[in-house]
Design a protein around this ligand. Structure first.
Ligand SMILES: Cc1cc2nc3c(=O)[nH]c(=O)nc-3n(C[C@H](O)[C@H](O)[C@H](O)COP(=O)(O)O)c2cc1C
Length: 187
């Protein structure tokens, strides 16, 4: 059987219809220089043990620094943090210029104004074609700002409109959900 050829444009167009949040994955270099890059390929992975994953491209400059450090923070961006996403999504020399942050327990930067942050140690790294699949074990986390998230959809930034949101219908089992508490309110 021949391997089907998937054109990059078609791949991006189809996959671009999957709406995601936007994160900035940060780390601290051995020379105390912070690194970070905008990352949409983030997901919760496991509750027990607590695992998350993200996928850095093989050409990312921040990833080898994060790998060397052995730990990272995933910063969940808010709707008003588009500029941060654009800066960290670029190859600008000093991405942290003018950015307020504090160090997590691991030393990796928690960006001011993030909706939430997840501090992790690297549990495993898998091959993922032209990306890596990085599995992180959660060590500490917080969600200090219950505000609207920044979204990325069809190659553009967008946002949510809570007034149009719908509650999960009664009777739908939430037991298998990783990202919202069952019968409890986290925030
Ligand atoms: C909204 C958005 C989402 C992105 N998602 C990813 C991603 O999931 N994985 C990745 O490797 N790069 C992603 N990028 C691109 C990187 O942020 C970009 O290549 C950056 O320049 C890498 O920085 P670095 O070389 O300093 O690591 C994304 C960029 C933007 C703006």
């Amino acid at each position: 059987m021949t391997t089907p050829v998937i054109e990059a444009h078609d791949f991006r167009t189809a996959l671009g219809h999957f709406c995601t949040g936007v994160t900035v994955v940060t780390g601290m270099g051995g020379d105390d220089v912070p690194v970070g890059f905008a990352c949409q390929s983030f997901s919760a992975l496991s509750l027990d043990p607590p695992l998350v994953l993200f996928c850095p491209g093989n050409t990312s400059r921040a990833w080898p620094v994060i790998q060397q450090a052995g730990s990272f923070v995933v910063n969940l961006l808010a709707e008003d943090q588009r500029d941060l996403s654009t800066t960290f999504g670029s190859r600008t020399a000093d991405k942290f210029a003018g950015v307020s942050w504090r160090a997590a327990e691991s030393g990796a930067p928690i960006l001011e104004g993030a909706l939430g942050w997840i501090d992790c140690t690297i549990e495993a790294v898998h091959d993922g074609g032209d990306h890596r699949i990085v599995v992180g074990r959660v060590t500490t986390l917080g969600a200090p700002r219950p505000d609207r998230p920044l979204l990325f959809y069809r190659g553009r930034y967008t946002g949510t409109f809570p007034e149009r949101g719908e509650a999960i219908p009664a009777g739908l089992s939430l037991d298998a959900f990783l990202t919202w508490p069952v019968g409890d309110d986290w925030l």
